[in-house]
Design a protein around this ligand. Sequence first.
Ligand SMILES: Nc1nc2c(c(=O)[nH]1)N[C@H]1C(S)=C(S)[C@@H](COP(=O)(O)OP(=O)(O)OC[C@H]3O[C@@H](n4cnc5c(=O)[nH]c(N)nc54)[C@H](O)[C@@H]3O)O[C@H]1N2
Ligand SMILES: Nc1nc2c(c(=O)[nH]1)N[C@H]1C(S)=C(S)[C@@H](COP(=O)(O)OP(=O)(O)OC[C@H]3O[C@@H](n4cnc5c(=O)[nH]c(N)nc54)[C@H](O)[C@@H]3O)O[C@H]1N2
Ligand code: SF4
Ligand SMILES: [Mo]
Length: 914
Amino acid sequence: MAEISNGRELTRRDFMIATAAATAALGLAGCSQGEGENELSETQGPEEAYYSEEEWIPAACWIDCGGRCPLRAQVKDGTIVRVKGDDTHEDSEAYPQQRCCARGRSQRHHILAADRLKYPMRRKHWLPDGAGDNTLRGRDEWERISWDEATELIAHEIDRVLRDYGNDSVLVTDSLQTEPHVLMNKLGGCATMYMVASYGSWQNGALPIGTGYATTTTCLDRLELKKADTVILWGVNPAWSSGGNPSWYLRHIKEAGTEIVAIDPFFNDSYAMAGAEWVPVRPGTDIALMMGMLHHLLERDTAGESVIDWDFVHTYTVGFDAECMPEGADPDENLKDYVLGRYDNVPKTPEWASEICGVEPDRIRALTEKLALDKNVALLTGYAPARTFNTDHWPQMFLALGAAMGHIGKSGNMTGIGNFQYALNGGPLIVDNGMAYPDLYSSHSSIFNWPAAGSPQAMEDQIVVDSKELWRNAIPNKKLNDYGNLLFNMVSPVVERDVDFRIIWSAYCNIVNCNPDPLQAIKSLREGDVDLIIRQDINFTPTAQYADIVLPVITPWERPGGMPEFAYHGREAVIYYFQVMEPLYEAKDDQWIIKQVAEKLGVGDDVFPVGREAQEFVHLCTSTIAAPDGTVSPLVTITQEDIDSYDLSDLEAYVAKVGEAYDASDPDAVPPFEIKTQEGQISVAELKKSGVFSVKREEGDGYAFIPMKDFVDDPEGHPLDTATGKIEIYSQALADMINGMGYSTIKPYPTYEVPLQGYEATFADWKSKTKGEFPYQVINPHYMGRQHSTMNNVDWLREAFDNPVYINIDDAAAEGIQDGDTVLLTAKSGRSIRRACVTRRLIPGTLAMPHGAWLAYDEEAAVDRGGHDNVLAPIESTSQSVDAYNSTLVNIRVYDGEPLPSHVEEPVAMAPVE
Ligand SMILES: Nc1nc2c(c(=O)[nH]1)N[C@H]1C(S)=C(S)[C@@H](COP(=O)(O)OP(=O)(O)OC[C@H]3O[C@@H](n4cnc5c(=O)[nH]c(N)nc54)[C@H](O)[C@@H]3O)O[C@H]1N2
Ligand SMILES: Nc1nc2c(c(=O)[nH]1)N[C@H]1C(S)=C(S)[C@@H](COP(=O)(O)OP(=O)(O)OC[C@H]3O[C@@H](n4cnc5c(=O)[nH]c(N)nc54)[C@H](O)[C@@H]3O)O[C@H]1N2
Ligand code: SF4
Ligand SMILES: [Mo]
């Protein structure tokens, strides 16, 4: 077992290069960064390693950042001495290197960190059979236990709870199929979770109106984006939240002479890099802004100007005006008349919009010029603006604005999502990394392919809970407002159900950290009847800290390699990685853990019948490349020699078993996987050597992607998947779905709803504009220095990216706050302290608190010292129950307690068992 502690082998030079590059490229001017001499200077390693020709081995970067970049690790005597990015070929626009970001370059400091979980641990006052003291969760002592004890205790508890309470009492807390789901499904099923965290109101607001919520289906590809005259970036920040190549694509778009406009409360680093014109807008007010723009256009239209593409509107949409209503709908329920104020006597003029959104009326009018009919315009947004209360009409209003000017379905035009995975480069995957298991088909996520993913429970019967319902209702009241399975868009009218969660089994999602109101979560966990919380994790994250049994897991650096679970690396590249080090301490593979528990439960050893080595082989065989016409063929050439080089005995046995059940007469049945040679584009040896395969792109290569082009070219032949076959600016399906959930109700067409927590709610009196108790709106930009909570422990990243709260310079002056002051933020749900970064890059009245820092709650002082965004975030729900982090209401003042040190000097939670 390799014993490597934090930073031991790192050189000062490593550190200097990484931080200098990162801060130079992305640091915000005017903010205090860490000042201390870095600790790593004591840890001199072999300086010559930097220059040596030691072999570079392809290594994984796997976190949920939206990217998948190939890393290359230099290994010496079993230790990673350096990490670099893709330099396998010259960099060019047609054939870019798949470059990694500062987080990828810092993975060593994540994996080799001193706070790695080392051994299985059990909370001292936890006892089996529900007999322990749960009030001590998060403040108890820990003791080291053996794997045998840990898995025995878990098996005992699962067996007991299944017998006494049934399958619905075991909650596995991730919305994807994780390893614990696989076992629970074999045991008859379990309750699972749905995250309303990510896509905001695009998640359920997009499909019913005829668009999508993914970049792959709604964004132009990177070469098509260059054909736009204007790109409107509406709340997107690839420089921070889409690492890898997207920022570079943005640079090419800029260099093509494209005008770039940014509509955002925050002048982020992407806009700065692209030299964008910034239109500062208040959080959660974009619908009002869009309505103000549309009102101006309608007025000019009435005056006889040709500013609206009525042909487009009437051919491709329903509900925009009384002339194109869907059958059966009241013509007096259309967007145009609503915006003109015919229903509520409130014309949604630029002046009306300005009072809400903060953009001056003339600027709102001028903004419409950017979308002019005779221009190619890309209206490109992300999820952040829709992660606010009462924004169910965001996608619909956005589509309406794009449709009004016909910026849909044509070369150089789009109205859609272009952030996160595949940012600024939409379109179906050209190369795809296949799947890990041979018997079920899914092109994107092999997690869904795990055996027994389908449980004996019918999907409609499975209990699915979102985090807000879990903490505020299901645990304390044993009641659940059940509205079906949102993940699969299987929403049904709400019914109240009794629930009694006795075991929470949590791998991956950091549930105590990344969901609103962790203080309510902790209260529920201490006071409710959950008998056991199991946490599998890499570091001692907040979810581990509040658990009962903690299990250390290995990372993709420490287990047999292969291809990543998700093909997020963009449509043009696939990557391959190796195991680059031995597992640290007693950390184990998630699949190994599940097998041990399964064995103790007598389920047999076939929970994961195909091991990692064979899973890697299946990935290689099933990875594909698409021709420009969409025809798919194998990507990797597999020779008999390749087959012989793998131990495939488990795969052979499994395939034989699956094959027995295959019914060739069933047209839906997938033929059994065959272990055979195949001809592809790259050999296994070549792929393994470089760790990456990319497709060269050029204008006219046939891979151009224009969302909705088929529909716009031939609306009859290629109708959209909606009730009317058109873009539904009036969507009964949307309204029915959301109204059925039982929170607030919406109309079938876009209206402006005053948000539960939004700009208006910052006032005690709106008319006189008298501010209330919580006068500021907080947003949570996804932060360069970590990926959600992951890597918050990394010293390099902490030093490169301090973790302040950003405040506008005028607000700071009004509050008596200086740059670097420690400030206290107070919201309805909790309090947090941070150092202030005073900036001109934020609209007044808004604060930006980077997302994902770990909760470090001081119970005595009732304050979080970790800079944790969710301590402030509201646990309430409106309409589709989006987690509404991006307009959390707070007040801010200089903190009168101990000032905070810089981020790199802040303590990292350490597993107490050494
Ligand atoms: N480094 C890093 N990268 C990540 C992640 C991470 O945690 N760290 N998380 C990944 C995940 S899972 C996701 S879902 C994506 C998230 O990525 P996004 O959904 O794009 O979210 P953010 O990066 O938070 O915000 C993008 C921009 O929207 C702006 N914004 C916020 N609220 C509003 C609003 O109301 N109106 C307007 N117009 N703009 C607004 C912010 O100021 C910011 O400039 O990022 C992914 N990438
Ligand atoms: N306030 C606020 N909250 C937010 C957001 C926001 O903008 N503001 N954004 C939201 C968004 S968009 C999202 S997607 C969610 C994300 O929420 P989460 O998915 O909960 O966030 P992560 O930090 O990615 O959690 C991943 C966890 O999995 C662990 N992990 C990584 N690899 C492995 C592995 O191989 N095995 C095991 N067992 N564990 C592993 C990591 O250590 C980490 O603890 O957060 C949401 N929360
Ligand atoms: S963008 Fe994501 S996958 Fe790529 S190096 Fe950064 S953290 Fe890793
Ligand atoms: Mo997300």
